[in-house]
Unconditional design. Structure first.
Length: 140
């Protein structure tokens, strides 16, 4: 298996709570940023998804907080898709400080929504393969 896709982010002061920790909702923003960065790197745009009549949807997200993050910390946010067949897929993500300390682990379940029928499409792998200039970023 190849290394997961990764983006670096610096924790900004306005993203912290009264204790000085990264606010819980921001972890999801970081994960979402990494997912869209992967899509972009693979050659998939929001306009391309809309033109195909589909859009990614999050169905479930679990976060395991391991270590605190503070303003100024640099983190790498990984993103790896897991395919088991069917309408949904999993996305495994790790947020770790630049020194390698794991600060959070996120597992998400997602799918691709048919924007007209408002139902998940039956095989999102086919759609991603068709739209991607570099499908290897999805583990294909």
């Amino acid at each position: 298996m190849s290394e997961p896709f990764s983006v670096r982010i610096t924790v900004r002061g306005y993203e912290t709570d009264v204790q000085g920790h990264l606010n819980q909702s921001v972890y999801i923003n970081y994960a979402e940023h990494a997912r869209w960065s992967l899509l972009q790197a693979a050659g998939i745009t929001q306009a391309g998804l809309r033109a195909k009549g589909v859009g990614p949807v999050a169905l479930e997200t679990t976060i395991r907080y391991r270590r605190e993050l503070l303003a100024g910390d640099e983190v790498d946010v990984t993103c790896a898709f897991e395919w088991a067949g069917g309408k949904t897929f999993r996305i495994q993500q790790i947020i770790r400080r630049a020194d390698g300390t794991v600060c959070a682990e996120l597992t998400s379940v997602g799918g691709l929504l048919d924007l007209e029928k408002r139902r998940l499409i039956s095989d999102p792998t086919d759609c991603f393969k068709e739209l991607a200039a570099d499908p290897s970023l999805f583990g294909f």
